[in-house]
Each structure stands twice: as structure tokens, then as C-alpha cells.
Design a protein around this ligand. Structure first.
Ligand code: ADP
Ligand code: MG
Length: 593
């Protein structure tokens, strides 16, 4: 083909492809225009996933009659005058492309009335060509109706997803803008049914209840902007560690009121949960970042969903710090705080008066082991798991990190109820045992350097090539934690020994578990490979949920937990216990004066 300059409509359609990828992109652009026009009430109606019809009505400033046709020209905008203005964009739009692009791939009708005009104006376009223009009566604001989207671009139409998928995208877009503009009332109607509404109260929390549901919102904590933190302000809501999701898509980020996609910042959020969330789980967060417009470049991509920062490290740190602070503050609220005893047996964070008066503690004499033996007639190790590693004669006595707890019973063969000087404790038996085994393992490892092994009658293990390769690559680490494995022909290994605490487990099961963890790769917030393997070993060896325990077994488990360095979370970062203080109980029963 000879070289030719393309006709205007073809250029427009090519350009439209960048801005208007799917119905949700139309909704996004029209919402941005309505918000830029200062609307505080925006209604979105969508039929047939958006391909049949999208209508967005706003009560913004409207467009003056003589300017209205101009809005459909490419590069026509009221928001930018000079290239210099690009360095301080405060509106959502600025490229002057959206209306032209949308009009070129649909049948579009606009009714608009400007504050200064006595009446409204109706414009109708088909495939970007103006086909009708007439005065009409209309309230202040703008209504844009987009019908038969992509009717003239069959290639794009072919790639359209099912209506349901498009509906979800539209709902997501509307809810995001509602979060960014809590003072604006949004209503979304799909196929005649109202599916989302925000109140316009100005409170982000109200929007989140509408967008995420009350149950999710209840498990989120507020991050307040810290005015002393410099030019980068971070605020919003983020989930408590017990609420988490399988992927990063529940981390929603806004920069100066604009939703953005930024893997690095999402990573900063995830990192803030390090040791609070298990690997491969992600928080639910809605975070607003405000920073001077000249420090952000929003003109990176036509959809304006990517940005560049002048100081991206500074932004990263600000986000990570703000989220971390919120989670740590939370972990220190009385309900979750376990308190501790110092080496000298002095009370640390517990309400000293309470404890001393309620219980006659003699920390020096009452070692955990003695107590357990008195009660159960078993050594503390036997009481839980015969294969657990004994602390050994050279082991230093560990300081107590929890007060002495008395077992009351077990719920659902999964949780242990215990009573302590400062209230009630509900303990996850599996998570608690994981924590105990993990610390015992680490302690022994540090003290002796060599892991205690349990010799097996040699077993062969055959693995698919990819997995065999993973094992091969990590043979050293595996040996270092107590697995004696030897390659034995292609994709085959001989297993001669496993870490002692796994004596009663099938080695293949354990190794498959380890492989799963290794395959997950370098997920954010993850510790070393060795740590990963040890964590898995402990998980496998720990008592499971659903396992009925005798009172003695439970008491033994708790005695050990009381001496853990970090008794409040399991090695994956999940909580091991929920604590209800005596005060909280009294309050719940209306006993407080
Ligand atoms: P941009 O938003 O980048 O300026 P658009 O093509 O989206 O480009 O819109 C072109 C112009 O039309 C805007 O600059 C604005 O002046 C006007 N406009 C579009 N939609 C509205 C609306 N809902 N209310 C008022 N003015 C609007
Ligand atoms: Mg726009």
C-alpha cells in the first residue's frame, strides 16, 4: 500500500481506542467531566452493560450554548491553556479528548444548560458527526446519553466482555469516584435497578459502608492525615489484620482525588502489614494521598490512571508509614494488647494494680513446666505433642510474656477459652501452637546450629519436573532445617530424615506444602526462604483446628505460649488470641456505672 494520510474519522477512531476501551471508560470520562463542572449530584444509568445506553446527568455548571459544539472537537478543553498548565493540573480532565473520542464511536446526545443561559441546548452526534442542534428547556447542568457504543468499530465490539463483567466495571468506577468525592451524591442504576448510592454527607466512612458493605467497613481502621508529616498527606481506611483478601485489587489508591493504579504503592501498603498478615494475603485499603499538584505528573497515559511522582520514594515511605502506624496503634489498643512481664518479674504493660490484687503471682517460683506438671502429671512437652522439641538442659528460662492463664474449655474443637487476671482470652489452638513450635525451632537452631532430625526408613519421593527443580535448588536450605534429602535419578529423591517435630507426618505431604510456599515466589512482606520452610514445618506439626484436646493438653499449650517472645501472633502474622478485658465484659453486660 502506498503511504497516505488517514481520513479524520479513522484518526478519531484510532485515538478513541486509547481513551474508550470499554463502557466503563465512558462512564469514567463522563463522571470526571461532571465532577470538573462542580456537580454535587450525579446520576449514572446504564443499560445492557453499557453497550446499549449510558446516561450521566449532573447539576454542574453546564456549557454555554456557543461553546457546546466545540466540546466535541479533539483537543478542545476549558481546563488547560498552556503547556505550562500541565505542571499544575487540578482538574480530572485536561486532554480535551474524551467527548470527541466517545462521540466518534457511538450515537451521543447532550443536553446542557449553562448558568448564564436562559435555556438549554440539545446536540446529537452520530459517529462523531453533528446531526442535530436545537434549543430545549433544561435544568441547570448536563445530561449526556451514549447509545450503541462501538457500533462502528466491529473489531472493538468483538472484544467486549459479557454484560455482567461490564456491569461490575461500571459499578467499580462509580464507587471509586464516590470515595474520592464523598461530598457528592452519586446514584448508579443498572437496567433500571438502583445498585449503588452515596449520601453526599462528606464522610468517606459513609461511602465505604455503601461501597464495601458494613461488615467489611467494621473491620477497617481510620488513618488520619498527620499535618506534621510534611507535604504528602495520607488518610483513609485500612483493614485490621484479621480481614484480608487473596489479591492486591482491594487496595484502592487516590492521588489528589484521582483514582490511580500503582503497583509500587500497593506494595508499600502490603509491606506495612509485614508480620501482621500471612504471605499471599492482602489488606483492604482505601487511601487518599494529597500532595502539591506540581509534584505529580498525571499526563502519562490517556486514561490518566498512571502517574509519576517527583519524589516517588518519599511517597512510598509516607504511605507505608501511615498504614503501619495505624496498624500498630490498633495492635496496642487494650483489647488486643497482651502485655508483658519484664525479666525481673515486674509488670510491664498490664494494669499492675488489677493483676496484683486479683492473683498472687510468684513468677520466680512458678515456672511454666512446674505448673503444667502439677496439673497434668505430664511434662509440658508431653502435654501437647510428644514430638515437640524439649527445651533442653542448656535452655535459658524464658521470661513470661503473658500472665498465667487458666483453661476454661474448648469451643468447636478449634479455640481454647482461658481466663486470666485481666479478663477472658479466646485462643486459636492451631495458630498458638504454630507460634510455640516456631520459637522452639528457632531457639534450638540458634543454640545448637544443627536441627534435631528424625530418621526415617528411606523413602523415595517422585515429583513433577518443575517441583523437582525447586527442591533441587533449595537442597541446602532444606538440609539446614533438618531434611535429609538426596537426589536419586531424574525427578526422584530419597528422604532419610525430617525435622524432629515432623516425626508423625508423611514426608511427602510436608514437602508438597513447602513446594507450594516456594512456588508462591517472592511475595511482598516475605521472609527468607529458610524462614518460609520453617514456618511451613511448624504449621504442619502444629495441632490442627478441629482436633479435640484434653484440658491438660490445652493447659500445656498455654503454659508454653505464655513464654513465647511474640505470643500474640502466629508466624504468618495472624492473631493467636482475642482478649476481652474485664472492663469490656462488664460494659457488654451493662455493669459499668
Ligand atoms: P477535558 O475534560 O479533558 O477538558 P472533554 O472532551 O472531556 O475534555 O470535555 C471537553 C470540554 O467540555 C471540557 O473541557 C468542558 O469544558 C466541557 N464539558 C464536558 N462535559 C461537561 C459537563 N458535564 N459539564 C460542563 N462542561 C463539560
Ligand atoms: Mg474530560
Amino acid at each position: 500500500m502506498p503511504i497516505q494520510i488517514l481520513p479524520e474519522e479513522v484518526v478519531a477512531q484510532i485515538a478513541a481506542g486509547e481513551v474508550v476501551e470499554r463502557p466503563a471508560s465512558v462512564v469514567k470520562e463522563l463522571l470526571e467531566n461532571a465532577l470538573d463542572a462542580g456537580a454535587d449530584h450525579i446520576r449514572v444509568e446504564v443499560t445492557g452493560g453499557g453497550r446499549q445506553r449510558i446516561r450521566i446527568s449532573d447539576n454542574g455548571c453546564g456549557i454555554a450554548p456557543d461553546e457546546a459544539p466545540l466540546a466535541f472537537y479533539r483537543h478542545a478543553t476549558s481546563k488547560l491553556r498552556t503547556a505550562d498548565d500541565l505542571t499544575r493540573i487540578t482538574t480530572l480532565g485536561f486532554r480535551g479528548e474524551a467527548l470527541a473520542s466517545i462521540a466518534s464511536v457511538s450515537h451521543l446526545t447532550m443536553v446542557t444548560r449553562h448558568e448564564s443561559a436562559p435555556g438549554g441546548l440539545l446536540l446529537r452526534l452520530a459517529g462523531g458527526q453533528m446531526v442535530e442542534q436545537k434549543p430545549v428547556g433544561a435544568p441547570l447542568g448536563t445530561v449526556i446519553t451514549v447509545e450503541n457504543l462501538f457500533y462502528n468499530t466491529p473489531a472493538r465490539l468483538k472484544f467486549m466482555k459479557k454484560d455482567g463483567t461490564e456491569k461490575r466495571h461500571v459499578a467499580l468506577i462509580v464507587s471509586r469516584y464516590a470515595m474520592a468525592y464523598p461530598q457528592v451524591r452519586f446514584v448508579l442504576e443498572q437496567d433500571g435497578r438502583e445498585v449503588f448510592r452515596s449520601s453526599g454527607s462528606g464522610y468517606l466512612g459513609d461511602v465505604l459502608v455503601a461501597a464495601l458493605g458494613l461488615d467489611t467497613f467494621r473491620d477497617m481502621v481510620e488513618l488520619r492525615a498527620d499535618s506534621s508529616a510534611g507535604p504528602i498527606q495520607v488518610y483513609g481506611y485500612t483493614s485490621v489484620p484479621s480481614l484480608h483478601r487473596a489479591d492486591r485489587t482491594h487496595i484502592t489508591l487516590f492521588i489528589n482525588g484521582r483514582w490511580i493504579q500503582d503497583t509500587r504503592l500497593a506494595y508499600a501498603v502490603t509491606q506495612a502489614y509485614h508480620t501482621f498478615l500471612m504471605t499471599g494475603r492482602y489488606p483492604v485499603s482505601v487511601l487518599m494521598l494529597n500532595l502539591p499538584p506540581e509534584d505529580v505528573d498525571v499526563n502519562v497515559h490517556p486514561t490518566k490512571a498512571e502517574v509519576r511522582f517527583r519524589d516517588s520514594d518519599g511517597v512510598f515511605t509516607a504511605v507505608q508509614r501511615a498504614v503501619r502506624r495505624a496498624i500498630i496503634d490498633l495492635a496496642q489498643t487494650p483489647a488486643m494488647r497482651g502485655g508483658y512481664y519484664t525479666e525481673h518479674g515486674k509488670l510491664g504493660d498490664w494494669h499492675a494494680g488489677d493483676v496484683a490484687s486479683q492473683m498472687d503471682l510468684n513468677l520466680e517460683l512458678d515456672s511454666a513446666g512446674q505448673y503444667a506438671r502439677q496439673r497434668s502429671g505430664l511434662s509440658r512437652d508431653e502435654a501437647v505433642d510428644p514430638t515437640a522439641i524439649p527445651a533442653g538442659p542448656g535452655a535459658p528460662a524464658r521470661p513470661r510474656t503473658l500472665p498465667i492463664l487458666r483453661v476454661v474449655g474448648q469451643i468447636g474443637a478449634t479455640y481454647i477459652i482461658a481466663e486470666g487476671p485481666a479478663g477472658m482470652y479466646l485462643i486459636d489452638q492451631h495458630a498458638a501452637h504454630e507460634r510455640i513450635l516456631y520459637e522452639q525451632f528457632m531457639e534450638e537452631h540458634a543454640r545448637q546450629g544443627t536441627p534435631t532430625q528424625y530418621a526415617l526408613a528411606a523413602q523415595t519421593l517422585y515429583l513433577p519436573p518443575a517441583e523437582a527443580h525447586l527442591i533441587e535448588a533449595h537442597l541446602d536450605v532444606l538440609r539446614h532445617v533438618g531434611f535429609d534429602l538426596e537426589p536419586f535419578g531424574p525427578n526422584t529423591f530419597v528422604v532419610r530424615a525430617v525435622p524432629a517435630m515432623l516425626a508423625s507426618e508423611a514426608p511427602a505431604d510436608v514437602l508438597v506444602g513447602i513446594l507450594e510456599d516456594l512456588e508462591l515466589g517472592e511475595t511482598p512482606g516475605q521472609a527468607s526462604i529458610e524462614d518460609k520452610i520453617i514456618t511451613r514445618v511448624c504449621k504442619q506439626a502444629a495441632v490442627k483446628a478441629g482436633q479435640i484436646l484434653s484440658v491438660d493438653e490445652m493447659q500445656g499449650l498455654i503454659r508454653q505460649l505464655e513464654r513465647c517472645q511474640t505470643p500474640l501472633t502466629c508466624p504468618h502474622g495472624r492473631p493467636t488470641m482475642i482478649h476481652m478485658t474485664t472492663d469490656q465484659l462488664a460494659r457488654q453486660f451493662g455493669r459499668m456505672g
